[in-house]
Ligand binder design. Structure first.
Ligand code: NAP
Length: 433
């Protein structure tokens, strides 16, 4: 019998479990461990609440979680309740599928001012992650800045731009929907340090900016290189640029009161303000032949009351596990950290790719795991149960999650799929009583 602990119940964790079930058949027992009592990681707390079709992938994970060879051990923290060293002594293989939950810092003066918020926190707030329920982002100024040109930046800008009506049938939590409904933000700037050809966002996400009820995109026609140069782009990027060129050609819809301005060729220099954000000074850039942003020497100040930094994520380091501080992920060779200890998904390769990218990643890792010998004499389920019991750790099982799920569905506002429970004390009542 092969025993496997997968730490993290997001997409990378579940795809790895699915792959292990297929590869080992009846000869495997898998424990999926998560520090939260609720599963699905980024699906629940990262994917935008108005992208319900992407969130629906969790139903596939349910098939894995309810397989008798699999257990969900929620509310178990690595480092506090059990160490990685202990896990590697209990299981044949331990897979760290912990994602990249930390914000990369902007690295500019003023970024510690209240009102500068990393996208992990901002997204966690509107998605009901217990860690960020009290964030209260300032929404009283007309202008807000989102730094970054990836899909997360677009998600954040879109959520700021949408009407309550547009968000009504999403699973955005009421503690975010209420303040957003009173938000004064009408001018949203999305800063890209490079140009339209280098933007990281994808077609669907950028296209949605042209379909908002009260908001309209602004793209400067002068930000594009000659049209013939688009031919050299790969198809996906070319289609993104086509949409951006259309936005630029059409100009903003004057009937819409909210603007989402894609401000290319601008990198943050410093955040301005004394006791809170009052603006951001940016350096105008150009892109050189190698594709890098180069300063022009010309600066500009954008007044604003909120800065969301959506410039990528970092994995959380774990004591005793080698960490590449520059890359912000575990040191590994094709997922192998040390014998019996592996990583997968964003914890392995960094924060890139879609949810689906994690499936081949999980399957490839299990192939590598299967090619190694199973360790002898590991206690697996019995070992972890005894250790957690001795430490008084209350585990949230998958059945407990199903109870939470039913409660959340029952308290949904009209049209919404659920209203998430964000208080850990309230969640604990379900499985600790
Ligand atoms: P991302 O796609 O890597 O974008 C990060 C952006 O931040 C880039 O535009 C980057 O610019 C910029 N940046 C980095 N450091 C910066 C700095 N110091 N100053 C200014 N700008 C800086 O990352 P992400 O948006 O966090 O998304 C992570 C992954 O999740 C991506 O693969 C994304 O596609 C995926 N995702 C997908 C969806 C979806 O499918 N709907 C939704 C959300 C996220 P440079 O290019 O110049 O480095």
């Amino acid at each position: 019998m092969r025993t496997l602990a997968i730490v993290g119940s997001g997409p990378a964790g579940f795809y790895t479990a699915e792959a292990a079930l297929k590869a080992f058949g009846d000869a495997v027992r898998i424990d999926i461990i998560d520090r939260l009592p609720t599963p699905y990681g980024l699906i629940r707390a990262g994917v935008a609440p108005d992208h319900q079709s992407i969130k629906a992938v969790s139903r596939r994970y349910d098939q894995v979680a309810t397989d008798p060879r699999v257990r969900f051990l929620g509310h178990v923290s690595i480092g506090t309740d059990v160490s990685v060293e202990e896990l590697t002594a209990i299981y044949d293989d331990v897979v760290l599928a912990v994602g990249a939950p930390l914000d990369r810092p902007l690295g500019v003066p003023g970024e510690d001012l209240p009102g500068v918020i990393g996208s992990a926190a901002f997204v966690g707030w509107y998605n009901g992650h217990p860690d960020f329920k009290d964030l209260a982002p300032p929404l009283s100024a007309e202008e807000a800045v989102v730094v970054g040109n990836g899909n997360v930046a677009i998600d954040c800008a879109r959520i700021l731009a949408k009407t309550v009506c547009e968000l009504q049938d999403s699973d955005i939590v009421n503690h975010a929907l209420d303040p957003l409904s009173r938000s004064a933000v009408t001018r949203i700037h999305v800063l890209g340090r490079r140009g339209p050809h280098q933007a990281s966002f994808t077609l669907k996400e950028v296209g949605e900016l042209g379909e908002l009820e009260r908001a309209t995109p602004i793209v400067r026609p002068g930000d594009f290189p000659p049209a013939e140069s688009d031919a050299a782009l790969e198809t996906g990027q070319r289609r993104v640029v086509e949409v951006l060129r259309r936005f630029a050609a059409e100009g903003p819809d004057a009937a819409k009161p909210v603007t989402v301005s894609l401000d290319f060729f601008r990198r943050p220099l410093r955040v301005l303000g004394t006791d809170r954000v009052e603006g951001i000074e940016v350096m105008k850039t150009r892109v050189d032949e190698s594709g890098q942003a180069v300063d022009t020497g010309e600066t500009e100040i954008i007044p604003c009351g909120l800065v969301v930094a959506a410039i990528g994520y970092r994995t959380s380091a774990i004591p005793g596990v080698p960490f590449d501080d520059k890359a912000g992920r575990f040191v590994n060779v094709d997922g192998l950290i040390s014998p019996g200890l592996w990583c997968v998904g964003w914890a392995r390769r960094g924060p890139s790719g879609t949810i689906g990218t994690n499936r081949p990643d999980g399957f490839a890792l299990v192939e590598r795991i299967a090619a190694t010998e199973s360790a002898k004499g590991r206690t697996g389920r019995a070992g972890i149960d005894a250790l957690l019991k001795a430490r008084g750790v209350t585990i949230a099982s998958f059945e407990d999650w199903q109870k939470i799920d039913a409660m959340e569905i029952s308290r949904a506002r009209a049209g919404a799929p659920r209203e998430k429970i964000v208080e850990l004390t309230e969640l604990r009542k379900v499985f600790a009583d």
